[in-house]
Design a protein around this ligand. Structure first.
Ligand SMILES: NC(=O)NCCC[C@H](N)C(=O)O
Length: 411
């Protein structure tokens, strides 16, 4: 169950940067949704610091690696064959490639489906180098799971792999989650992903409170999907309030979590340049049972209407050009591990100063993990703390710590 963006993190899906990311070149980086090519070993080190912090709070066994979940699915012959059929259809793979992939052992097949597959010097299957951003593949909203439908072709295979995990892996099935799906069944995934108009990505889904879900209408999540999700939320009484924030359809703010996160019960970080400018956004909140709606000019108006004690940190601490520079390197994209304890990229120094001014302690992840290993940190007691990780390489993928996590249990 996940009823908020900040409650104690109990279980989360991540994906360690893999060899497929080394297939990103200066020539295909834009198509593969990367800002630049990366140095994989360094990126993995940075990612390990993030997973180290997540493991400290949630327990190592609750930081689930996507590849392991996929391998489990692929050990079931029926699911494996259904999943492969959908991938083959989506990517129109030739029969000899299909045969080669069908013969791989589950572990090697999972690796191929994520990192790509070469044989005899030719590429048989491309990698999905954006899978590190597990936030975008799905979302748990109270006791419902949304499996996403990506807008960009290089991310669509991720949706097939995720659909099988969310619908068949014991990690989901044992909890008894229900589903809010745009795809109706496992044998329609490829056609739905290729033809249907609805697209939704998890970076646009933010819990403001257990009863209030905020969704960005963005470059990646469109109104068609939002209307369908809204109807399902209403029908199943999942939340009482549903707010759509329509933001510019631009790459720099591809999801709402690139310009807004909740960090603590009353503390938020936002990119004012967009979210405080009524000419760039429109906000409408729906009371799902009462069938009424209310418009707000800015995100602060929306938040303050429910939370008079809300405090806001502006990206770059409101200072130009740091607001723009730091937004670009995911300064509004914090992931909370418990209320008021969150991870961010160290490079966003001005935004971090904004948190210090609100009374937060800032600590590098390396030092935090060292102190944790020495037993000097009691995780139940720690509060108002920002843990920073280096992100020279991670930031080249255009996402931050929030994007790198898919929480499936909190509270
Ligand atoms: N929630 C997010 O903002 N995710 C970042 C995704 C970055 C990835 N390169 C993409 O373009 O999809």
């Amino acid at each position: 169950m996940v009823t908020s963006d900040i409650d104690i993190l109990r279980k989360v899906i991540v994906h360690r940067p893999d060899q497929g990311i080394e297939w990103v070149t200066p020539f295909n980086k834009a198509e593969l949704l990367y800002d630049d090519i990366v140095f994989l070993p360094k990126m993995q080190e940075e990612h390990s610091l993030l997973t180290g912090v997540l493991s400290f709070f949630a327990g190592e066994e609750n930081v689930l690696e996507f590849t392991d979940l996929l391998t489990d699915i692929l050990t079931n012959a029926k699911l494996r064959s259904q999943l492969l059929d959908e991938v083959f259809k989506l990517e129109s793979l030739p029969p000899d490639t299909q045969l080669t992939l069908q013969q791989l052992l589950p572990k090697n097949l999972a690796k191929a489906l994520i990192s790509g597959y070469k044989a005899g010097g030719s590429v048989l299957l491309n990698p999905v180098p954006n899978l590190i951003f597990t936030r975008d593949i799905g979302a748990v909203v109270n006791n419902y799971v949304i499996t996403c439908q990506a807008e960009k072709m290089p991310r669509k295979r991720e949706n097939i792999l995720t659909w099988f995990i969310t619908h068949y892996h014991p990690v989901f099935v044992k909890v008894g989650y229900k589903y809010l799906d745009l795809c109706i069944s496992s044998d329609h995934l490829a056609t739905t992903l290729s033809n249907r108009a609805e697209t939704i990505e998890g970076g646009d889904i933010i819990h403001l409170s257990p009863s209030h879900l905020l969704i960005g209408c963005s470059e990646r999540t469109n109104m068609v999907a939002l209307w369908r999700i809204r109807e399902q939320l209403r029908e199943h009484k999942v939340v009482e309030k549903f707010t759509i924030v329509d933001i510019p359809k631009e790459e720099y703010c591809m999801h709402i979590d690139t310009i807004f996160s909740k960090v603590n019960t009353h503390d938020y970080v936002l990119y004012e340049h967009v979210l405080q400018d009524p000419t760039q956004i429109s906000i409408e909140s729906f009371d799902l049972q009462g069938n009424t709606s209310q418009r707000f000019d800015t995100i602060k108006d929306l938040i303050l209407a429910e939370d008079a004690d809300a405090r806001f940190v502006s990206c770059g601490n409101g200072e130009h050009p740091f607001d723009q520079r730091e937004q670009w390197s995911s300064a509004c994209n914090f992931v909370a591990v418990r209320p008021g304890v969150a991870v961010t990229y160290r490079r966003n120094t001005k935004t971090i100063e904004g948190f210090q001014q609100l009374g937060y302690t800032v600590i590098p992840a390396e030092q935090f993990l060292q102190q944790a290993a020495e037993g000097k940190i009691e995780k139940e007691k720690i509060q108002n703390t920002i843990i920073t990780i280096p992100a020279g390489e991670l930031s080249r993928g255009s996402g931050g710590p929030h994007c790198l996590t898919f929480p499936i249990e909190r509270g």
